[in-house]
Design a protein around this ligand. Structure first.
Ligand code: IPE
Ligand code: IPE
Ligand code: MG
Length: 595
């Protein structure tokens, strides 16, 4: 913070605002190392200010919405300028610069604050989760970014992602229960209809502020659910102990809060219950000791001075991270992609990149040479996909069956992936990288690099590139079935009512759209355990050439071929295509224009 007295005062105001608005969050921030706390206050103060602007009593919705909008716009401006006349924004701008935080993912949450929630009714838990995630997850992600920048990542093991999501659900549900009285006074009932249905009369009673046996039973059910959701002992295993203490303590505070809700009875409808001072001290006292010890053992890193901002007037620098992206390099012969009508474009192309080994053997080279050239060809396809405007490209890089190959080949393939991820040749493109597959058997360092690149590129909006590495289609289905069974056991889904959408929601990558075009090179006509769920209605396209002999023109050719196919999805052929494509409800990145 240096000597700037205005900045110091700004952070002090953030601290006071956080403490007044949310003592629980304030206590959790106190468990962070001292150098990170100001950033925590700035983030929470900003969230609180937006909350207050959005909920201001006595103001019309349009007026409140305009105020949130003005604040958000001013923040964008201030981020680009690197300073602000508003103290809370000034602290936030300083925090973003100091810790290199990319605040662009907050835009969705800020836009949400402008929405009119009045009379909002959420049909089921899925809709509730979508609503709640949009509000809370982006802020939590900022804190995770902060820890990462400081060198104490809150990295979750891949198999703990579901735990984290449940934890966030539990936190939100605890909040909803706490704020029941104020929300009801404002006309909100933020409990899904699905949860109300088993308690006839509860909704009417709640709306009229009446504490009845039905309401009491509903509240008991919801607190029990929230308690199960926040109790995720395995979630923080293997995490930095300081970061783990923050999350574990958050869970303990929420359980204390749920105890207070259980004990409140009818007063729950009159005011927000708070745990007793004794209960809080019992949680926070030992947590402070634990966290102080954990952080004292970790040398934290403060990022060096910020590099000068280039192209402030370039493409939305205020969105953070977007500036500095480069376009794909042109094809070596200067060839440009064909023009394909939007309604004939596939949304999702998946590729089985086959024939590396035979390509090499044909030339008397070791097989790994084929894989090396194959990697360069994969880059070509990414360039081609960006140029033609494809939304999703999924590449099959290593299957769960490929472990049957010789150790030497496997080792060289995996080492090449590691190099690729570390060198990041695609990093400056507008590509969001995802990984699909199992972490086990893969070197830990490789899993870390895959997760790191996912995180690094998560806000990119151009092409979504999914690398299927240690991927097996049956494994994906089995894991989904396991997740569903767990959800059924926790009462989240009713096994008698399970449908395709429930299945799709529990896939490891629920947002991945159906495959429109499945292309395999290398002269084989089989799908080799690739994307069985997503590709049931894909157009299949097989080409004889080995993968290393292809370039982006072959991708364009595949897409051109696709654009001529007539897709019927079981219906009677229509004389006037556009081809019908399936859109799963949970795929928010499928904007209508993208197909
Ligand atoms: C595909 O090429 C790449 C991987 C499976 C890693 P192959 O290695 O299968 O090449 P062929 O099929 O043996 O020629
Ligand atoms: C499929 O190719 C897997 C990848 C391209 C990664 P394979 O070469 O392993 O498939 P099979 O063995 O011919 O079915
Ligand atoms: Mg093969």
């Amino acid at each position: 913070m240096g000597e700037d007295p205005v900045l110091r005062a700004a952070y002090r105001l953030c601290r006071r605002t956080t403490r007044a608005h949310d003592p629980g969050i304030y206590a959790l921030i106190q468990l962070m190392p001292a150098i990170l706390r100001p950033a925590g206050w700035a983030l929470w103060a900003a969230a609180s200010v937006l909350d207050d602007l959005a909920d201001e009593r006595g103001a019309e919705w349009a007026e409140r919405s305009a105020r949130v909008e003005a604040w958000t716009r001013a923040l964008k401006h201030d981020l680009a300028a690197g300073t602000s006349t508003d103290p809370i924004r000034y602290a936030l701008v300083d925090t973003a610069g100091r810790w290199r935080l990319d605040l662009s993912n907050l835009e969705g949450a800020m836009a949400r604050a402008r929405d009119d929630d009045h009379g909002l009714r959420l049909p089921d838990w899925a809709a509730w989760r979508a609503w709640s995630n949009e509000e809370i997850v982006p802020w939590v992600d900022q804190v995770r970014q902060l820890f990462e920048q400081a060198g104490a990542p809150m990295t979750l093991r891949l198999d703990r992602q579901a735990d984290y999501e449940h934890f966030v659900d539990g936190a939100q549900l605890t909040d909803v229960l706490t704020d029941l009285s104020t929300d009801l006074a404002d006309g909100h009932l933020l409990v899904p209809q699905e949860a109300l249905e088993p308690f006839p009369g509860a909704e009417a009673d709640l709306v009229q502020g009446r504490w009845s046996p039905a309401v009491a039973a509903l509240v008991a059910e919801l607190t029990a659910l929230a308690r199960r959701r926040v109790t995720r002992p395995a979630m923080t295993r293997g995490m930095h102990p300081g970061a783990a203490t923050v999350l574990d303590t958050a869970a303990e505070l929420m359980r204390a809060q749920l105890d207070a809700i259980d004990a409140a009875g009818p007063t729950l409808l009159k005011r927000a219950p708070r745990p007793s001072v004794v209960a809080r001290v019992r949680v926070l006292g030992p947590a402070r000791l634990r966290s102080a010890l954990a952080w004292s053992l970790t040398p934290l890193t403060v990022p060096g001075p910020r590099p000068p901002v280039v192209g402030v007037r370039g493409p939305s620098p205020e969105a953070g991270g977007v500036a500095g992206l480069r376009p794909p390099p042109p094809h070596r012969d200067g060839v440009r992609p064909p023009q394909i009508a939007a309604h004939h474009m596939p949304c999702h192309v998946a590729v089985i990149m086959d024939g590396n080994g035979r390509w090499a053997e044909q030339r008397g080279l070791p097989r790994h040479e084929g894989h090396r050239v194959g990697t360069a060809v994969a880059h070509e396809m990414v360039y081609g996909a960006l140029e033609i405007g494809l939304r999703h490209l999924t590449l099959y890089a290593f299957s769960t069956e490929n472990w049957q190959r010789g150790t030497e080949e496997i080792t060289t393939i995996l080492a090449a992936f590691q190099r690729e991820l570390d060198e990041g040749p695609l990093r400056d493109l507008d590509v969001r990288q995802r990984w699909s597959g199992r972490p086990d058997k893969l070197p830990e360092e490789l899993v870390h690099a895959l997760r790191r690149e996912e995180h690094r590129t998560r806000d990119r909006t151009g092409l979504t590139l999914t690398i299927c590495l240690n991927y097996g289609g049956r494994d994906e289905i089995a894991r989904t079935a396991a997740a569903l069974a767990q959800a059924a056991r926790e009462g989240e889904v009713d096994p008698r009512l399970l449908g395709e959408d429930d299945f799709a929601r529990h896939l490891p990558h629920p947002h991945m759209p159906d495959v429109d075009l499945l292309w395999r090179t290398g002269n084989e006509q089989r799908t080799s355990n690739f994307l069985p769920w997503h590709a049931t209605y894909a157009e299949l396209y097989f080409t004889p050439g080995y993968w290393p002999d292809n370039d982006r023109r072959d991708l364009w050719q595949a897409i051109t071929e696709y654009s001529r196919r007539q897709r019927r999805h079981g219906a009677v052929p229509s004389s006037s295509p556009p081809p019908k494509t399936t859109v799963r409800p949970l795929a928010p990145d499928l904007t209508p224009g993208s197909r």
